[in-house]
Design a protein around this ligand. Sequence first.
Ligand code: ADP
Ligand code: MG
Length: 808
Amino acid sequence: KPVQAFVRVKPTAQFAQDMIKFGADDKSIDIHIPKDARGGIVNNSYTDWSFRMDGLLHNTSQDQVYETVAKDLVAEALRGYNGTIMCYGQTGAGKTYTMTGATSEYKHRGIIPRAIQQVFKAARESLNLFISVRISYLEIYNEALFDLLGPGLGRGPRDAALAVMDSPRGVYVRGLSIHPVKHEEEALNLLFEAGETNRVIAEHALNKNSSRSHCIFTIYIEGRSRTDTNLKGIKSKITLIDLAGSERLSKITSAGRLQKENSYINRSLAFLEQIILALADPRRGHIPFRQSKLTHVLKDSLGGNCNTVLVTNICGEAAHVEETLSSLRFATRMRWVTAEPVPSVTFDREVSVKVLEEEINLLKRELAMRDMFANRSFRTYSPLTGAQRAAIKSQIHKYLRGAIEEIDIVNIRQIQEVFKQFKVIVSQQQEDVEAKLRSKYVLIDKGELNAGAGPEWFLPFCFQGGVGALDDGLVQEVEKLQKEALEPGPSSSSPVPGEKKEDKSDEHVKKEKLVSPSLEGDLEGSAPPETQEESPTKDVDEEEGASEQDRTDSEKELSTSSSGEESQQPSFPPSKAEAFELFKQEAGSEISRIFRENKSILLARKRSSSSVARRINDIKREMEGVQETLEGKKRKRWQEGEYADEKGQVIIDEKEFSLILKLKELKEEHRAGYAELQDLKAEIQYCQQLVDKCRKRLISEFEIWYNESFLIPEDVGEALRPGGSIRPGMIPVHRVMCLDEDEQDRFERMQETNLPECPESTPFYRAKMKTEQQQTFDRTMSSLQKMRRKPGIVTAAGKNKPLSFLHI
Ligand code: ADP
Ligand code: MG
């Protein structure tokens, strides 16, 4: 069953009719971009795209959207199937509107409140199941997890205790509060409490932050039977995700045009896209869910055994057509992912044990009856007794001695017992043999062997740092090398590390490849692939193979080029390239130093490895020369007739003898060099890992530092620090002080207009009012505190509306 993908178009007066066209079936959407609109740079062959979706939501009310997108999924959840709905799209395209909706009006509420309503309605109407509902609300911002329903909401310091955990029953977030809710209003209360704060931001300057976080609202449903006779229960969850804005980075090209780059502003979306590509691949192997918090949290909510729906929100204006295009691409990929929903049915344990026991008894009786009809003597199907086991044992011993020809098969249990007994005997014999051998010879365990000890040079393989510090991959690699080393001697075709493995059979290619540059290249290739970084930091180690001198040169180049750019476009915040230089000198100096150090060690190892490889190569060539001469001599001897001494041994001349000695020496040398090369290769891998780790660290520290230094306003930054007064995505109180609508008035007005015709909306409005009152209260209290401190400022802020919010 494929994942369903819908597209919702945000209504606009400036809909780009000539660029975006909808199919008549409301399932396809065509994009046409005139060449010059793209600046004629990016792609000059495709200007038309066509996408197929499961449905287009164009001029569609919230109500219809829910019917199309969510209703069935929620109904299925009430039958035990997990369900996930995701909203994807650029900031401002209507994700939050679709997911949460506008709280101000009942008919504009989104999927979350409607799903809550549907679940509770079903719970009320369910005859045989007693349904309990719990909810949680998680926010992921910059790889940090926040509990939106957590205690001390919006006030406490960052909650460091949250962590994504794997368990046999699925992923969960440790420390995330999950709230049992008894009725709709209670659930909506919690939603609004968290949501209102978010919504405040959406209207404000900090929108940038709110659009960079993912919000995951989860409804956990558990149904137990009301009566004992009906045992089946259900357990499921509905995951509702409001993703961060999918907008791409934009860059000003040398021609001065604004151009979209292919990387997301929010990196976890890039990982999400990778996961989706991997899931869509029919040969899917390992799916790297743990790359980011978002994908990890969604591990069992994507394409596995749940119903998944994607709503892609797009804007219809011409200015947004690039983003629209990439959003539609994402949606199409999502449609390739398939899922096999299975209901998770739970059982009441005690009752089910009882029923199973009954069934077993019944089956036993059935078997006994069959035996009787088949004229077989009475057989038992219970576990074997001690006496029976002893009987089997003696039977086996007799069988092994040859005293009996066969062991009669009685039943499965007996067969299993026979095998078990055999296993005991075999392992006993193994021990006996070993004990006997030990008493005769001195056996040395592999690990105890000394590295220098003669021809066993290949057995233990160690280097400084110890094998314990390596990961499995490296250990395997070492083992592979050992195996290769075990293959025939140096003059044969044993491969030299550093060659491509596939070339093993191709003697010709190999000789070419032995020279050092290719060796280097291969070592480079063995490093894990670059993760997608933003371009300025990518240079971090582009010149890994270059000399120190080279690197400083290219660093200079980088800084001059970026400052050149700057002179055209003076800006704050500074460009990332510049900022990165600054960071390396200041806040990141230590990590940058360690990184450089590790890199130079790595470089040194690579260099010596390539020189060793070259040496081996030389030796090999020499060996081949000697061999050839020897062959020549031999051939000549053959032609001329051989001399032999009285014992019949062929006599050879001195020169040939010395050549043979030389060849032997060379072989030794080759072998030693080979071993050295292996050591070096292992070390290089280890160093490479260190360097990779360092690079990641350097870049992520830089990202954090850059955000905190330039992108987040200072006062907010202050409050954001651990122990500060707010979480990211919230606004300092004094900035939201003057929300000047009289909320009580508004509520009453709304109640008048909405309630009479729609009694179902009561919980919605009641929850909303409570939240608003709480907020008004909080605001008032903090403004009062402020007033006490700075009387002058408050009068200015509340001049025209003298504390009209004090009506609690
Ligand atoms: P996002 O969460 O994707 O950044 P929002 O949901 O906050 O975007 O939408 C931005 C603005 O557009 C909000 O004021 C919202 O009310 C409005 N909006 C979005 N979609 C619709 C729609 N389908 N109908 C009416 N208004 C919408
Ligand atoms: Mg939003």
